[in-house]
Design a protein around this ligand. Sequence first.
Ligand code: ATP
Ligand code: MG
Length: 412
Amino acid sequence: MTDHTPSLHLVPPTEGAPAPATGSAPAQSVLLPGATLGVLGGGQLGRMFAHAAQAMGYFTVVLDPDPVSPAGLVSHHHIQTGYEDPDGLARLAALSDAVTTEFENVPAASLAALAGQCPVAPAARAVAVAQDRAQEKAHFVRCGVPCAPYAVIETAAQLAAISGDLLPGILKTARMGYDGKGQVRVATPAELAAAWDSVGQVPCVLEKMLPLALECSVIVARGADGSVVNLPVQRNLHRNGILAVTEVYEQNLPPALAQQAVAAAKSIATGLHYVGVLCVEFFVLQDGSLVVNEIAPRPHNSGHYSQNACDVSQFELQVRALAGLPLVQPRQHSAAVMLNLLGDLWFAHGDVAHTPPWDQVLALPGTHLHLYGKTQAKHGRKMGHLNITAATAEAARATALQAAALLGIAPF
Ligand code: ATP
Ligand code: MG
């Protein structure tokens, strides 16, 4: 049960009141439990951040316009305004000792405005790089980490000058894409021109379609002191452009490749002077080479297994990085599989939504259900995830396949 009532002894600041002093140290130093941590955005990532922060004794503030946002529902304070509302942002800054974000499309200008009033991590300029595929790719190039061959398309002249080497390719809008949205696969110059029209001729990147063997990701956390820790490399399966399954255990990837991915993720974070949790997504090509896909300036769906399989979760890392607490290298203690629970599972028996058989799923050993408190299931909507932990990879996979069968998730 979530306790919405703040403790009698550790009362969080009321709106409008100055944030409490948390010692005589300067603003960027350690914020001990009892301080208030703010998050811009009220989705499931914000909810799990709030849970982790509260477990450690912090108070939380969420800014999100939705009155029933997953994070707003569990936070001590919920400021219900738009992400660009100056009053809402000022209230967030007044209540919070430090602020983070939970989705990358948060206006970088809002983060910059907040940064004038309280500590903000990650910084607006790092989030701005992750928000724009053209800037993101330029950063990969600067860090010496290979990415897919690409070209920026902002004008008709750039479109006309596209080299045939990039086709077949994927046209991706430079901004605001997620879960495969804002992407069109194109095979010919005519298809490319039609695709650019179909997205409204907004700035895009065209990426060469690569022969993928598999996809993986790495979560790193970097502190203001430059220390960097990482979670083990996640092997990811996407379906219809949305993450479906993450598997993390020894030998989920060739060890040399995993080491290369961790080193690349750390150099990408360090190159951004990043503070906070960062996810770096990679492709492994059929020739065995590693190519970076994109970054997310926050915890990531592929890191959710860490809640039950590691001694420090990605959300605790986010709290530690924001509060300036020491970052310790997490240790994975169980093999893990994560199944994403999309709204589709509620419609396994037709058009009327039915609650999936959680009781049967939870009868399986090592299953951990995480639901985000969304009242309405919709196709493609992320409703929750199921973590499966076990002593061995084989056991985790076997249980995960049983759970998948009960839920109507295709085998993997
Ligand atoms: P999300 O934010 O959910 O991770 P997204 O909308 O930002 O996704 P991408 O990660 O760019 O999209 O791409 C979605 C998926 O499409 C990838 O995980 C991969 O399966 C496939 N894909 C993307 N780019 C390429 C490419 N250049 N070659 C082959 N497959 C690709
Ligand atoms: Mg992606």
